[in-house]
Design a binder for this molecule. Structure first.
Ligand SMILES: *[C@@H]1O[C@H](CO)[C@@H](O)[C@H](O)[C@H]1NC(C)=O
Ligand SMILES: *[C@@H]1O[C@H](CO)[C@@H](O)[C@H](O)[C@H]1NC(C)=O
Ligand SMILES: *[C@@H]1O[C@H](CO)[C@@H](O)[C@H](O)[C@H]1NC(C)=O
Ligand SMILES: *[C@@H]1O[C@H](CO)[C@@H](O)[C@H](O)[C@H]1NC(C)=O
Ligand SMILES: CC(=O)N[C@H]1CO[C@H](CO)[C@@H](O)[C@@H]1O
Length: 361
């Protein structure tokens, strides 16, 4: 184990020397746990320079959980935005009466980072945060991974000059953003998709239908991660007190989950790589979102900066890659500065409580 950890650390250090992608994540981190997995990937990837995390669901626990996770994985300094007004909503599975809640638990037991427990009010306004980090970034250097609702991005596009930049939100995006990766929709077409209608479908339509280049907009549809079930090895073999491992247990009671957000973030980090290919033949056309959150791909030879993803490997192969990275990231955090905190959390949370959940199912 020690050798493995040393190897991982040295790999991470090699990564530091290479160019890292400037990255912003926009996440709901509330009604599904795969957002937490996606944050683990981004926070522990040697290829990512995480500039900011915007939360697009107004629960204070979502913002606090984002802070706790970033802090655990060594990214305590990353600023976090949250929509207002904040609520104290907690997830309740009113559809299946089956899934559990994780955000408040992660927020409390792993409290840390820029928004420790009790300090959700200090979260940035998402648009102000977007504008600040975009204005400070090199031109054409920023990747945004949208793994939840698109409300904040709509507000960013509509924003006007402020202290950070004299540019409009749309001009700032054109100048700074090289790629927007959007998890949501069905390709080439399909009915209402959760990330498009779950908050405000007209805002999702606004972002997708009026996005301006030259940056690319790439869609990871609902089909991409649906059958790639992950989290199993992290729950079973990961560090006992890893917060994302815990979150998967609290949410799914030891059952793995689809990898919608982790696979979207994997693409945002690595590009097509060994997992993906573009699904739109010839790389042309554009996505159109309707007012109800359904969508369709429109053929248009003149539009060349929009793409949708298909897995080019088996679901199981994609899942193995995500599971491998979950474990690597969790081990790195547990071996480094995370150790003390992990021990502390472990004593706070006797593991019996989580195994109890499984037995009751
Ligand atoms: C949420 O809970 C905190 C801590 O109990 C409290 O200070 C705050 O007023 C609550 N916010 C809302 C909107 O109820
Ligand atoms: C941004 O402006 C569009 C119209 O141009 C509007 O439909 C949308 O609701 C606005 N977004 C927000 C977040 O207010
Ligand atoms: C969607 O957002 C817009 C702009 O903020 C707002 O005017 C509209 O009422 C919202 N629609 C729903 C269904 O909440
Ligand atoms: C993933 O699994 C689904 C459901 O079994 C199947 O329809 C799909 O073709 C699989 N995808 C890949 C890339 O193997
Ligand atoms: C500053 C700003 O406009 N923030 C917005 C982020 O998006 C939500 C949803 O539209 C708005 O309520 C916030 O005002």
């Amino acid at each position: 184990m020690k050798k493995l950890v040393t190897l991982l650390l040295s790999l991470a250090n090699v990564g530091l020397a290479a160019t890292k992608k400037n990255f912003i994540i926009d996440t709901d981190l509330f009604s599904d746990v795969d957002d937490a997995g996606a944050l683990l990937l981004a926070a522990t990837s040697p290829d990512v320079n995480l500039l900011a995390v915007n939360v697009n669901y107004p629960s204070s626990f979502s913002a606090l959980a984002a802070s706790a996770l970033l802090s655990h994985y060594g990214k305590a300094h990353v600023p976090i935005g949250s929509p207002r007004p904040l609520t104290n909503a907690t997830f309740f599975d009113r559809y299946y009466f089956d899934l559990g809640e994780y955000a408040s638990k992660v927020a409390y037991h792993y409290s840390g980072g820029s928004l420790p427990w009790g300090h959700a009010d200090n979260a940035w306004d998402p648009v102000a945060l977007y504008r600040k980090v975009l204005a400070e970034a090199e031109d054409g250097s920023v990747t945004i991974a949208s793994i939840g609702f698109l409300d904040n991005l709509s507000a960013l596009l509509n924003s006007t000059a402020d202290a950070s930049s004299p540019l409009s939100g749309r001009d700032l995006v054109s100048l700074k953003v090289s790629e927007l990766v959007v998890m949501g929709g069905s390709y080439p077409s399909g009915g209402p998709s959760w990330n498009f209608f779950g908050s405000n479908a007209s805002l999702a339509a606004h972002v997708v239908n009026t996005w301006t280049g030259p940056g690319r907009m790439v869609f990871a549809g609902d089909d991409v991660g649906k059958h790639a079930l992950t989290g199993g090895p992290l729950m079973a073999e990961g560090p006992e007190a890893d917060p994302v491992g815990r979150a998967y247990i609290w949410y799914g009671y030891h059952r793995p989950r689809p990898s919608w957000d982790p696979l979207a973030v994997w693409y945002a980090i690595h590009g097509l790589g060994k997992l993906f290919e573009y699904g739109n033949e010839g790389g042309s056309g554009y996505n159109f979102v309707e007012a109800d959150g359904s969508n369709r791909w429109v053929a248009d030879e003149t539009v060349r900066n929009q793409f949708f993803l298909r897995l080019k490997v088996a679901n199981e192969t994609a899942a193995e890659e995500i599971d491998r990275l979950f474990l690597e990231g969790a081990l790195l955090a547990a071996s480094g500065r995370g150790t003390e905190r992990a021990k502390q959390s472990s004593s706070l949370l006797p593991c019996r409580s989580c195994h109890g959940g499984r037995e009751e199912l």
